[in-house]
Design a protein around this ligand. Structure first.
Ligand SMILES: [Fe+2]
Ligand SMILES: [Fe+2]
Length: 330
């Protein structure tokens, strides 16, 4: 009986996944809500802004009507059942949400709800990436550097396999940190061959530079900043983690420890970008360049993929401060 009344409440049409959503499509589906904010428009009328995700992507949504009733039906971090219409706004698709409530797992499973289908993940399987990480560490020739990497990675394995690299900016999904580490290492190793740098330090820097994100961010399907993350930040946390690990290794050479710490603290490249010192080793300059390149290209690719319409250029990317040519825009 309950089920029947609910069935009539939701339209029969199921929305396609976010990556294949088309302008004007309407229907219902399940998402993970990763952000919920009450905002006001120019007329001071409140509306709810949400960010929703499924395994294929993320999309912004707005609740413009029945705000008072719907705003308490769910929270950020919860799986939700949504009825909505896709609407093009500034070359990007958004959802205009007509109805939303938190998932009732028992009841909604009968309608096809599965947690994994709502969680955005890195495009490559975590197992495959993990193997690559182990091979990377095995390439490190210096025994002390290799040892500290092995210890750190195995102590943090359960989180490192699934952690996102960021809250929103780049690789902000399950296993995104691992994906980012491997790309930075791949680009960094190529550059270190080019410039005859010490590959050991470039690999170590790729693995360690953002390791503090394991404590800066909390991740349980949805991502948030921890208190430690807010108050200390991933650069300093990373150095603390490095020191904690090195202390457990007998006679760890201080000259190696200080170089590894330098790779972490300088990786943002400049003081304005949050590094207390600028890169002073060739390997640190390479690391910082590879890190910035990977983070930037990830944002560009995602922005290109999310831009809809025939215009050869994407919409303006406010963080990167420009528009981009779409791949098909020749
Ligand atoms: Fe960083
Ligand atoms: Fe990074």
């Amino acid at each position: 009986m309950l089920n029947d009344s609910l069935r009539t409440q939701w339209p029969a049409r199921r929305l396609s996944d976010i990556a294949h959503l088309e302008d004007g499509a309407s229907g219902w589906t399940f998402y993970l809500c990763t952000r919920k904010e009450i905002r006001t428009n120019r007329q001071s009328t409140p509306f709810v802004h949400v960010v929703l995700q499924d395994a294929s992507g993320t999309i912004a949504g707005r609740i413009l009507e029945n705000v008072d009733r719907l705003r308490d039906e769910f929270e950020a971090g919860e799986f939700v059942r949504v009825q909505a219409r896709a609407d093009r706004h500034n070359q990007r698709l958004e959802l205009v949400i007509e109805s939303i409530r938190r998932v009732n797992a028992e009841q909604d499973r009968r309608d096809g709800f599965r947690e994994e289908a709502c969680i955005l993940s890195a495009p490559r399987p975590a197992d495959e990436m993990w193997q690559e990480l182990e091979q990377l560490i095995a390439r490190v020739r210096d025994i002390h550097v290799r040892q500290v990497l092995q210890r750190m990675v195995s102590a943090e394995a359960s989180r490192l396999r699934i952690w996102p690299a960021a809250l929103t900016v780049h690789h902000a999904y399950r296993s995104g940190l691992l994906e980012h580490i491997l790309k930075v290492a791949e680009a960094g190793v190529a550059l270190s061959a080019c410039y005859e740098a010490d590959t050991d330090y470039v690999i170590a820097g790729a693995i360690l530079h953002d390791i503090g994100k394991l404590r800066e961010l909390s991740y349980d399907a949805a991502t948030a900043y921890t208190l430690e993350g807010n108050l200390i930040g991933h650069i300093t946390i990373g150095v603390q983690m490095l020191h904690e690990t090195a202390r457990g290794i007998e006679d760890f050479p201080p000259q190696i420890l200080v170089r590894l710490a330098h790779l972490i603290v300088s990786h943002h490249g400049s003081r304005e970008l949050g590094s207390p010192v600028e890169p002073m080793m060739v390997e640190a300059i390479i690391l910082s360049a590879a890190d910035d390149l990977d983070a930037t290209l990830h944002q560009v690719r995602r922005h290109q993929a999310e831009s809809v319409g025939d215009d050869p250029l994407t919409s303006y990317h406010s963080r990167l401060g420009r528009v981009f040519l779409k791949p098909s825009g020749r």
